[in-house]
Design a binder for this molecule. Sequence first.
Ligand SMILES: NC(=O)C1=CN([C@@H]2O[C@H](COP(=O)(O)OP(=O)(O)OC[C@H]3O[C@@H](n4cnc5c(N)ncnc54)[C@H](OP(=O)(O)O)[C@@H]3O)[C@@H](O)[C@H]2O)C=CC1
Ligand SMILES: O=C(O)CCC(=O)C(=O)O
Ligand SMILES: [Mg+2]
Length: 416
Amino acid sequence: MFQHIKVPVEGEKILVNDDFSLTVPDYPIIPFIEGDGIGIDITPVMIKVVDAAVSKVYGDKKKIFWMEVYAGEKSTKLYGEDVWLPDETLQAAREYVVSIKGPLTTPVSGGIRSINVALRQLLDLYVCLRPVRYFDGVPSPVKNPEKVDMVIFRENSEDIYAGIEWQAESASAQKVINFLINEMQVKSIRFPHSSGIGIKPVSREGTERLVRKAIQYAIDNKRSSVTLVHKGNIMKFTEGAFKNWGYDLASREFNAEPLDGGPWMKLPADKGGIIIKDVIADAFLQQILLRPNEYDVIATLNLNGDYISDALAAQVGGIGIAPGANLSDSIAIFEATHGTAPKYAGKDQVNPGSIILSAEMMLRHIGWHKAADTIISAMEKTIQDKIVTYDFARLMQNATEVTCSRFGDAIVTNME
Ligand SMILES: NC(=O)C1=CN([C@@H]2O[C@H](COP(=O)(O)OP(=O)(O)OC[C@H]3O[C@@H](n4cnc5c(N)ncnc54)[C@H](OP(=O)(O)O)[C@@H]3O)[C@@H](O)[C@H]2O)C=CC1
Ligand SMILES: O=C(O)CCC(=O)C(=O)O
Ligand SMILES: [Mg+2]
């Protein structure tokens, strides 16, 4: 029994089998978090588009029963002012296996820690999967955006992103600094009395499970390479270790052999002959602009992955259409890559593309590929017809600028 979550009277749970495959009923219950800020604009549009695609493809034979669950500001209004992530929301994500969420606010320098990060950590959603590809007709700041076709596997549970840090001039920060100076002989804290301190945990286990997923994805989807992106020349025992552990895993579990003497490796032909390579993160950020077609599947640490996913999204038209998923072996929470864009909240103005494409990934995840295909082709047609929201319209000529909800309606109209 839940306190505020209302379980639909119809519909059934998606089940996880022993081998982590899913048993998906024809009438699954799918929890959703509306999200803060522009969540109120984009989430209802996503639901409308998904329902229309499912109905178009399967008639009455399949239907999603949506179940609202709460996090962020809406949760504080229902459960009490300090309750940003109620236990029953976590329970629903576990029990119902596949969910989707809008963006959630995190204040800068103070206030609550990220609810997004908490969800990922508490449910051990260790893969942040963010595919980035070009849709024909989308305005882009680069000459050949169609050369960008990458799938980012961002480690989602550790790194500096875990939020282990102490405020400057607090007793805790001073205690850690004293320990580092006196017991660990650290000499490179430039201003020990006024430094905040953050910790960057990166483990072999965390790296291996992420890189394993990335390589398996590359094999299953016939991709050409997996690139480990790191800053291991500077952070040797965290980012450098990520690179080494990644290569070790490729060799040990996938029989990769050194290529031309290494360090690059190649998987055997029966595993697609995929190249496993690495690149230092700053060089990678310039190469994705200059030679994006040299990169395919990307495996990287949490903070690098955050930066890289927004940078790559910009190359193909912006975070308004960049989708994503947070995955464990069993649980999945799909989410937009962008944030709450507070200045647009409630104005029915922003692009709902990111959360719609996240829902499209969700439909594939549950095996409803035809409904996913329907959304993709309808969205492509809508953009090619130059019916777009403000973010695209301001970069296009002769575009028809529509609201967030009208863009959703146009996608529905274009479903064949
Ligand atoms: N997963 C999550 O829930 C995430 C949450 N956040 C949180 O969101 C809040 C705001 O973060 P902020 O850094 O401003 O980043 P946002 O992604 O919210 O917004 C930055 C800018 O991106 C553009 N943008 C974002 N979403 C859309 C959209 N759907 N359609 C069109 N344009 C869009 C807008 O650009 P323009 O002004 O040029 O039109 C917007 O001003 C913070 O609290 C942050 O922590 C951030 C990222 C992810
Ligand atoms: O949790 C947040 O507020 C930001 C998260 C973020 O930027 C992301 O996951 O891409
Ligand atoms: Mg981000």
